[in-house]
Design a protein around this ligand. Sequence first.
Ligand code: TRP
Length: 343
Amino acid sequence: MRVVSGIQPTGNLHLGNYLGAIRNWVRMQDELEDGQECFFFLADLHAISMPHDPAELKSGTLEMAAALVACGIDPARSTLFNQAQVPAHAELQWLLNGTARMGWLNRMTQFKDKSGKNREGASAALFTYPVLQAADVLLYQATHVPVGEDQKQHLELARDIAAKFNHDFAPHDADGNEAPVFTLPEPINPPQAARIMSLRDGSKKMSKSDVSEMSRIELVDDADTVMKKVKKAKTDPEPLPSELGGLADRPEALNLVTIYAALADTTPEGVLADFGGEGFGKFKPALGELMVETLKPISGRLNDLLDDREALDAILARGAARAREAAAPTLSAAYEALGLLRP
Ligand code: TRP
């Protein structure tokens, strides 16, 4: 079993990022058995498919790497790196561009969503983004790729590209059996990605770009800030119900209960069983304390790492060296299969 997954780098990481993707990665790493491996990378090459600020990309990549380590990705156990330090990603993408069909890429909904009304003005990178994503996983012979709903179509495409490449170009052994160049990766559902909303508006996702800092708990926030933000979170005057149905049209209350459940590793129903009938005067301090307890070690490690650029560079350099080594045989096999002469 080899798990491979990527995440686009951003800065200002918050509780939503942690309880969404990041904690799932940590759990997958922690659940692996001997002989199984995780490759986790920052998809910095994907980030240039949309208009971007170079300084922000650089600081976002470093911050995301630091956050992953602070949250529990152990660079000794998992291979943690950024794509740009492993040229094989860009190389294999080009090789796979010969196999991916225009018709397949034309059907990708993410391109349609992200290019919107301005298809003519979208970058070519945005169009071929899913081919780079295929290269990301095929390069390492990934067997399992944890992806959310929105990325399922891209993984399906990676399988189509791998199958067509194997069919068209894979060498055959002495008995005439195909010796596949690529493994077809299976999608896996991440254990549980909680959807965390803004503390100021329960209908909007918690976001790094919200103008109000009070809308999000950042991973670098200290205990006092966390407590203050939770106490000021928007709510309503009603006490908590004892059944989930009672939160149907109370999005802010539902969000706080969802956050509590995710942090305590229980269900919203479980939280309501404990707090049903209580007002926010009692629930908010309990939530704040739980949050501080979870985030304190994370923010401590994160701030330390952000202050130690050399340590962070070394972690990424080591991860990239391991990734380059793991990628080399597959990249060579792909060049060879295509009839490309190499030293
Ligand atoms: N496109 C993914 C996203 O935006 C990130 C990503 C890039 C990825 N390469 C990947 C995810 C390979 C899984 C496997 O979420």
